[in-house]
Design a protein around this ligand. Sequence first.
Ligand SMILES: Cc1cc2nc3c(=O)[nH]c(=O)nc-3n(C[C@H](O)[C@H](O)[C@H](O)COP(=O)(O)OP(=O)(O)OC[C@H]3O[C@@H](n4cnc5c(N)ncnc54)[C@H](O)[C@@H]3O)c2cc1C
Length: 243
Amino acid sequence: MAGRGAIETRGNAAFDPFKASLGLMAAAVAHGAQVFERSAVRRIERDGEGVRVHTAHGQVVASRVIVATGYATPDFRPLAGRFRMHHTYVLATEPVDDEQRRDLGLGNVLLWDTDRPYHYVRWTDDQRLLIGGEDRPVDPRRRRATQFREATRQLRAHFEALLPALADIRTDYAWEGLFAMTPDSLPYIGPHRRYPRHLFALGYGGNGMTFGFMAARMLLEHWQGTASPDHALFAFTRGAGGA
Ligand SMILES: Cc1cc2nc3c(=O)[nH]c(=O)nc-3n(C[C@H](O)[C@H](O)[C@H](O)COP(=O)(O)OP(=O)(O)OC[C@H]3O[C@@H](n4cnc5c(N)ncnc54)[C@H](O)[C@@H]3O)c2cc1C
């Protein structure tokens, strides 16, 4: 692949997020957690020194509730202005055989460029190329289907220019994802003065694998009352405007 320059780093990893989520959940259950899938929270109310979380079929009473809904959903409308929603796009090719792989000339790498919007490419275990990027802000004035067609066409065109042999390899799947960005691209992790007994972990952007891990650690500290200089970096009160 041709380019003006690149940095090759070692020790990177890729994993299947679905399997990883199942694994994390199984580990939590083994430590006594109870999991209620497909139970949308309809209301959260104060209950003495704690909270009462209402779903369609039941209630959970706890000392704290952690809100990790990706971004501020309509239930937290006063926080919504802090998040800008973006679409991101992904294509998965058909499985690529050894000859096609040689023709492509792309080694066993996780590649990410510095364009804006960025592009990335990775291999899957079943030898498909996963091509992604072309992120763009959600534009309510434009039809989602039109944006999807445009972005996925541009993704292919971008990589066909870099890897001409890709022109003969079919796209098997294409999809879009929705994610939230904050003004400084850092998530909000911690409490908000408007919502007592709530802890938030929102707005990871495209970095939920690392930020999610950090949020788990920091929210445990908040719950335990352990101070850390890290908390201020991700607080709602950081930067201009404050909470
Ligand atoms: C295509 C794509 C590629 C990505 N690649 C990477 C990558 O390579 N590396 C990386 O670090 N990150 C990546 N990301 C970003 C990463 O996936 C996200 O940052 C991460 O999944 C966000 O996790 P989350 O738990 O905060 O939110 P989500 O995964 O968005 O989960 C929020 C959950 O809250 C639930 N919810 C909402 N409202 C309610 C309610 N009222 N009651 C109950 N539940 C509710 C939703 O149903 C949802 O399940 C990628 C994202 C996309 C879309």
